[in-house]
Design a binder for this molecule. Structure first.
Ligand SMILES: *[C@@H]1O[C@H](CO)[C@@H](O)[C@H](O)[C@H]1NC(C)=O
Ligand SMILES: *[C@@H]1O[C@H](CO)[C@@H](O)[C@H](O)[C@H]1NC(C)=O
Ligand SMILES: *[C@@H]1O[C@H](CO)[C@@H](O)[C@H](O)[C@H]1NC(C)=O
Length: 380
């Protein structure tokens, strides 16, 4: 009763002159409303900016806030931001989605995904920037680096914001194949990526973009180095416990710097048969990155592979690691020889002198001479 009286007292008071507490309440509500309106507006503008970034022509016409984005664009638009919170199991599952219809209801320009498997920085980035320039419709870039590394590419760089959620990867260990599968899976999320190349921070392109795009896009086969090495560093690394899933006659060696098309990329990401065997039975001195991809691709799709790599490397100096080229090595003669190629090979069942598209390993000091000579010998 006491409470009611109190209330009545207030109401009585405000016939023509509103009580103070109601005024305060009105005032607060007004502010709240304004705040909500402002935040909706800013959300719309953010969304709008995001859409404009990706699809400048189509999207700028629509009202971004009030139109539901349940259009085809949702399914074919590449992610503007490569960050996501999926773990590998979730990511690989998502990446395994494959359309079942061959005919596309939209125009698709197939792209090459350049997948950089690195520890940290890309010292040869300025050379790559020059290589990519003017071909924005035809490529995409993904970078896997140590999670502790904080990239500092300027916003104008083609490498800006292209880092995928990464984990520690050790050479010769299953974690390095995980990193490569992670790169492939992230790149598969963009439906326009058709070819996938794994590169390292010490790789350089040996031709201009149009030569490389044509070479890869018109090839009937994927470029994966696959061979049967009878020595202890080949078959000697085979573990009989892998049988019968992997027989010794199927055991292959090769290089992890491969190029695969979309079908093979999906096969790699979705592999639940061979991967567990390699994870369990191929440990140093079985170097899993030299055997897993060549062996599983050789077993599943031998007819889709060239069995050779596109990436040149020099093993002639001997030892466990290939030669690294620095400032003094990058001369006119050296680059001329590299780009012209000193041999012939088979391309779509015909001989050609174009055999290699990339080369490694180049140290950061090679950047200066490379930039000086690239337009003369590499065509960009
Ligand atoms: C790329 O290189 C090829 C062969 O050297 C040349 O014919 C072509 O004009 C070059 N393309 C561009 C865009 O520079
Ligand atoms: C690669 O090797 C496989 C298996 O030995 C073979 O079927 C395939 O034809 C080879 N690829 C080419 C382009 O010769
Ligand atoms: C190309 O060569 C491979 C291996 O030598 C052979 O299996 C295939 O039938 C050939 N394809 C064409 C179109 O000639």
């Amino acid at each position: 009763m006491k409470v009611e009286f109190g209330n009545m007292g207030i109401l009585e008071h405000g016939k023509d002159n509103k009580p103070l507490s109601l005024k305060v309440l009105q005032f607060l509500l007004l502010f709240l409303g304004l705040g909500i309106a402002l935040s909706i507006l800013s959300m719309c503008m953010l969304r709008f900016a995001e859409l404009k970034n990706v699809l400048p022509v189509v999207q700028s016409r629509i009202n971004p806030c009030f139109q539901q984005q349940n259009s085809l664009e949702n399914w074919i638009r590449p992610l503007s931001n490569l960050h996501h919170s999926m773990n590998d199991a979730e990511l690989f599952w998502r990446a395994s989605f494959v359309p079942q219809m061959k005919k596309l209801p939209f125009k698709r320009t197939p792209k090459i995904a350049f997948l950089f498997l690195t520890r940290g920085s890309l010292p040869l980035a300025p050379l790559w920037e020059r290589f990519f320039k003017g071909n924005e419709e035809l490529y995409s870039i993904y970078i896997h680096n140590l999670p502790s590394y904080k990239p500092d590419f300027p916003t104008s760089s083609v490498f800006y914001g292209r880092q995928i959620p990464s984990q520690v990867a050790e050479w010769g260990d299953i974690s390095i194949t995980d990193a490569e599968r992670r790169l492939l899976a992230n790149a598969l999320l963009d439906i326009s990526n058709e070819w996938f190349i794994i590169l390292s921070e010490s790789c350089i392109p040996l031709h201009n973009f149009s030569v490389i795009y044509r070479y890869i896009s018109e090839s009937r086969y994927s470029f994966v180095s696959v061979f049967d090495d009878p020595r202890s560093v080949g078959r000697g690394r085979y573990n009989w416990k892998m049988s019968p899933v992997v027989k010794i006659t199927q055991w292959r060696k090769g290089s992890q710097w491969f190029e695969v098309n979309r079908k093979l990329a999906v096969d790699i990401v979705t592999d639940e048969v061979y991967y567990p065997k390699f994870k369990q039975f191929c440990k140093p001195s079985c170097y899993v990155d030299e055997h897993y991809f060549p062996t599983m691709l050789h077993i599943q799709s031998p007819h889709l592979l060239t069995n050779t790599s596109l990436t040149w490397v020099d093993w002639h100096r001997g030892g466990a690691h290939p030669a690294t080229f620095g400032k003094a090595d990058v001369t006119d003669k050296f680059l001329k020889q590299l780009s012209e190629g000193q041999r012939t090979c088979v391309y779509n069942n015909q001989t050609t002198s174009y055999c290699l598209l990339f080369a490694r390993k180049f140290s950061p000091s090679a950047l200066d001479p490379l930039l000086k000579l690239s337009s003369k010998y590499l065509g960009f």
